[in-house]
Design a protein around this ligand. Structure first.
Ligand code: FES
Length: 102
């Protein structure tokens, strides 16, 4: 059953920052895009690169290994509709950043 899990505190995610979090065997990548938090699958579907370590430009993150790009709000990529990553709902409660995990 989906549940919100605390994955960061707000000061860890200033505008333009990212954070990788492992929870129950899955890797999540959290971002702050212009004050709006986002969370996606942290493992690149190409060859497993760490998406939280990639450069963020606007709402697009580029995988640090081979440069595949993903929109952190939608999980979509300019590479086409066959490739997509999971996106997770994020909410802020006080100082806590919570992610809705499946
Ligand atoms: S592992 Fe991400 S682009 Fe290759």
């Amino acid at each position: 059953m989906p549940k919100f899990v605390k994955m960061a505190v707000r000061e860890e995610l200033p505008v333009g920052a990212s954070k990788e979090v492992e929870f129950e065997g899955r890797v999540y990548a959290l971002f702050n895009v212009d004050g709006q938090n986002a969370a996606i699958d942290g493992t690149c579907p190409h060859q497993g690169g760490p998406l939280a370590d990639g450069p963020l430009e606007g709402c697009m993150v580029a995988c640090p290994w081979h440069g595949w790009e993903f929109d952190v709000h939608t999980g979509k990529t300019p590479l086409g509709p066959k490739i997509k990553i999971d996106v997770f709902e994020v909410k802020v409660e006080g100082e806590d950043v919570l992610v809705l995990v499946p």
